[in-house]
Design a protein around this ligand. Structure first.
Ligand code: PLP
Length: 400
């Protein structure tokens, strides 16, 4: 009886343990916003409830409060919230008084929004290659991209790491160009100049743009975005453009758009901003674990850390050469491990861009990256067990 009881108990314990492990492993998501929410639920619900009870839905006090808190956190003078990251980029370019036909230099390997707004404003996206290790704009090609019509550069801090800003800013200064940072993926990353000065991404160019899309490092529960700048005149102009070109209600000085951050989203963001340092650290810790688990795997190239930037790992992106990327993706998918290809098609091969972009140099490096990149699950809730399971399966694939 006693013996049977122990064995039975042990059997149940094992079954329970295994099912818990399996459940844990089954719950691997690219992004786990539910798990993150559970930890801040009280704060978030209180914030949202207050907005509703005050019926402060549009431009409520949380919007301005959030703007000020983000400015402090990001070490920049002005933050102007808007409706999403794409709007932020569009408003930034509108604020620079560019003329149709003016050229804007932009990396060919990025999310479509970066270049889409350039085309929408009848400006010309001039596509340049990226560095195949950092995935960011390759400054060696700036000179070749320059023409008398060049007016601006939009570097993208892709996957959570700053673009090589010092040479970009020097080049821009030398040629009188604006710099608009696309910081949708790297909020919190820090760039170090050769003289030791450090700046957070988004605070170095004339204007920085970011997105609060839910899966971004600072994400709200819907759409949201913001612009940031240290220039008081640009800040005023941006504010006007985002608000129908008016400073005084019903008096419209310039053509603008309607692009606001909802107060409910601002309330969520105020809570999440208080945790953003922790979120960055959690992503970095998860990245360090992947590095450790996967370092012996000769068939994958791990993310490269640039010496001039910290990395906040919006994505943890591997490179798989030899044409095996898609097979690995499928192999992992069959084992319950989601992965994503950011991005499968470079801008120069997108139908929307073929006719309107300029490509002064070969973009073969971007074509190749699109065949090789694979982003693993990366978020604040990723557990050591999940990452071991993911890494073990990557090893198994290559041992086949
Ligand atoms: C997400 C993203 C955007 C656009 O942000 P939305 O809020 O989705 O409009 C722009 N650029 C990059 C690089 C992004 O990752």
């Amino acid at each position: 009886m006693f013996k049977g009881g122990v064995v039975e108990g042990f059997t149940y314990f094992c079954r329970d343990f295994i099912s818990k492990v399996v459940a844990d492993i089954q719950k691997i998501h690219m992004v786990d916003l539910r798990g993150q929410y559970e930890k801040i639920k009280e704060e978030v619900l209180q914030g949202i409830q207050k907005v509703i009870e005050d019926t402060a839905f549009i431009q409520g006090p949380d919007v301005q409060a959030f703007a000020e808190e983000l400015a402090t956190w990001n070490e920049v003078r002005y933050v102007i919230p808007c409706a999403n990251g794409t709007d932020a980029l569009q408003i930034a370019l509108m604020a620079l008084d560019l003329q149709p036909g003016d050229e804007v230099i932009v990396p060919a390997f990025t999310y479509v929004a970066t270049a889409e707004v350039i085309g929408l404003l009848r400006l010309v996206p001039v596509l340049v290659p990226v560095d195949p290790d950092t995935f960011n704009l390759d400054v060696a090609y700036l000179e070749a991209a320059l023409s008398p019509k060049t007016k601006a550069i939009v570097p993208v801090h892709l996957f959570g790491q700053s673009a090589y800003m010092e040479p970009i800013l020097d080049f821009a200064k030398k040629h009188g160009l604006f710099v608009v940072e696309d910081n949708a993926q790297a909020i919190g990353a820090q760039y170090r100049f050769a003289d030791g000065r450090c700046f957070k991404t988004g605070a170095m160019g004339h204007i920085g743009c970011t997105s609060f899309f839910p899966s971004k490092n600072l994400g709200c529960y819907g759409d949201g975005g913001a612009l940031m700048t240290n220039d008081p005149q640009l800040a005023e102009k941006i504010k006007m453009i985002a608000n129908h070109g008016q400073q005084k209600k019903y008096y419209h000085e310039i053509l603008g758009v309607n692009s606001r951050l909802d107060t409910v989203q601002a309330a969520v963001l105020r809570v999440k901003l208080r945790h953003l340092d922790t979120y960055c650290a959690q992503r970095q810790a998860a990245a360090a674990r992947y590095d450790a688990y996967l370092s012996g795997c000769a068939d994958v190239q791990l993310p490269v850390r640039a010496p001039y930037s910290t990395h906040v790992f919006h994505q943890y992106t591997l490179k798989i050469s030899g044409g095996r990327r898609d097979a690995l993706k499928n192999f992992l998918q069959e084992r319950g491990i989601p992965t994503m290809v950011y991005y499968p098609v470079p801008l120069q091969n997108q139908n929307a861009f073929r006719e309107i972009c300029k490509t002064p140099t070969s973009l073969e490096v971007c074509n190749k990256l699109c065949q090789e990149v694979l982003s693993l699950p990366m978020h604040t809730e990723l557990s050591q067990e999940q990452q071991e399971f993911i890494s073990d399966n990557i090893f198994s694939f290559f041992k086949k």
